[in-house]
Ligand binder design. Structure first.
Ligand SMILES: [Ca+2]
Ligand SMILES: [Ca+2]
Ligand SMILES: [Ca+2]
Ligand SMILES: [Ca+2]
Ligand SMILES: [Zn+2]
Length: 423
């Protein structure tokens, strides 16, 4: 929660506020705040308002559930399992800065639902999970591991569902209060899943246990499979990359033509392969950028983080992605490099828990300056860019003209992320 920062800064507040609760509400507030007395009263009122806002206003929570981890890949009682869990819990931070206001799924006497997942510990399709509760601002993600076939290292995607109950309840399952999510009912503009499932491979194609690399602070050795890289890729699918109607709507021929991607890339679109960026796609705005995470394959022994291009793809799918994630990662002073000055900003800002900005060291736009921001920065130390795009946020649709009563939708899943070398 931000406190005190807006005293006599009500137009700064206006900028923040207009993002959070809408232009119409904030504009009159800014207009009347011209005298000091008004400002003091106003700021007291605003602080009260913000103290009542749910914490989810500042980002998503990804709730990891290991109930179906029947092979003990994430068993915290074992050294390896504890490391795997720590790595996955680190990886989900790549998505938690998104500011979408997802509605709560609360089954009760009238309303019930069944989540459907690909069982993350066995691969059983359409496995039912009865009536999970999902809090506002939260995605529920089931995690486990089994022997995925061939060279697959991970499997992830959003879950399906069946529901019965009130129209309002079914609508929440359909889109969590986001925009239209199915082309069947109009034009898909957003994606609002309850969550999904992630599975990791236990056994390599040679029949030996897969050699996983769990440590997020070091890079994998030759031949190792990096859990963080696989996790962010499969989570990207859970967020609709390569799966959702709103994603597919942005594909024209063999190019992805979402506005945020085009703005970041500076040309007409980015080549796409089924469900992924074309093989070997690198992310702008770097000079000689790293491979994007949502390519179809991972080179063993390498690490791919969720890159600006991957974030742009999710922004075009309907997610509210902070602008900090769409620039050069870790460039705190926006001078097109990641160097010691940026590192110093992060060190000075370290420990701020809310209200921070990029210049104070908040690399991921979630308002704090923490270990994750430093991790982003260190990964990119030495990186440069020639230009930064003038990125605009893709606006959330404000009205939904939908009223539907039944739902039995998308049993989606996506496999892939082969461990093959594809150049
Ligand atoms: Ca396998
Ligand atoms: Ca959204
Ligand atoms: Ca810099
Ligand atoms: Ca941060
Ligand atoms: Zn994939």
């Amino acid at each position: 929660m931000v406190t005190g920062l807006w005293i006599s800064m009500n137009c700064t507040f206006f900028a923040i506020c207009s993002r959070m609760i809408g232009w119409e509400v904030c504009a009159p507030v800014c207009a009347v705040g011209s005298s000091l007395r008004w400002r003091v009263l106003l700021n007291r009122a605003l602080l009260l308002v913000f103290s009542l806002l749910p914490l989810s206003a500042y980002g998503l929570t990804i709730e990891l559930n290991y109930d179906y981890d029947v092979n003990g890949f994430f068993d915290p009682q074992t050294i390896e399992g504890a490391k795997a869990r720590e790595a996955l819990e680190f990886a989900v931070q790549a998505f938690e800065p998104f500011t979408d206001q997802l509605l709560a799924i609360q089954p009760d006497g009238t309303n019930s639902w069944t989540a459907r997942i690909t069982h993350p510990g066995t691969g059983a399709p359409n496995y039912p999970v009865a009536n999970p509760e999902v809090s506002a601002g939260t995605l529920l993600v089931f995690a486990g591991a089994w022997d995925l076939p061939d060279t697959q290292v991970g499997l992830g995607g959003p879950g399906g569902w069946e529901a019965q109950g009130t129209t309002a309840f079914v609508d929440v399952l359909r889109n969590r209060g986001q925009g239209i999510t199915k082309d069947k009912y109009g034009v898909a503009v957003d994606f609002g899943p309850w969550g999904g499932a992630l599975a990791f491979d236990t056994t390599g194609p040679d029949g030996n246990p897969r050699d996983w690399h769990f440590d997020v602070d070091t890079r994998p050795s030759a031949g190792q499979t990096d859990l963080l890289s696989v996790a962010v890729h499969e989570l990207g699918h859970t967020f609709g990359f390569g799966i959702s109607d709103s994603f597919y709507r942005k594909i024209d021929g063999d190019l992805f033509t979402g506005a945020t991607v085009i703005e970041l890339n500076g040309v007409a679109g980015v080549p796409i392969a089924p469900g992924h960026w074309a093989s070997g796609t690198r992310s702008p705005p770097y000079d000689n950028g790293p491979r994007a995470a949502m390519g179809a394959s991972l080179i063993l022994g390498s690490r791919v983080g969720f890159s600006p291009l991957d974030y742009a793809g999710l922004a075009d799918t309907g997610w509210e992605v902070p602008s900090a994630l769409l620039g050069l990662p870790g460039d705190m002073d926006s001078d097109l490099d990641v160097d010691g000055v940026d590192l110093m900003r992060w060190q000075r800002g370290f420990g701020i828990t809310s209200g921070a900005s990029l210049v104070l060291g908040d690399a991921d736009g979630d308002g704090d300056v923490d270990r994750y921001d430093g991790w982003i920065l260190r990964r990119n130390l030495g990186a440069r860019a020639t230009t930064l795009p003038g990125l605009a946020q893709v606006p959330e649709p404000t009205t939904l003209g939908l009223c539907l009563s039944l739902g039995l939708f998308f049993f989606s899943r996506r496999i892939e992320l082969a461990d093959s070398l594809d150049g």
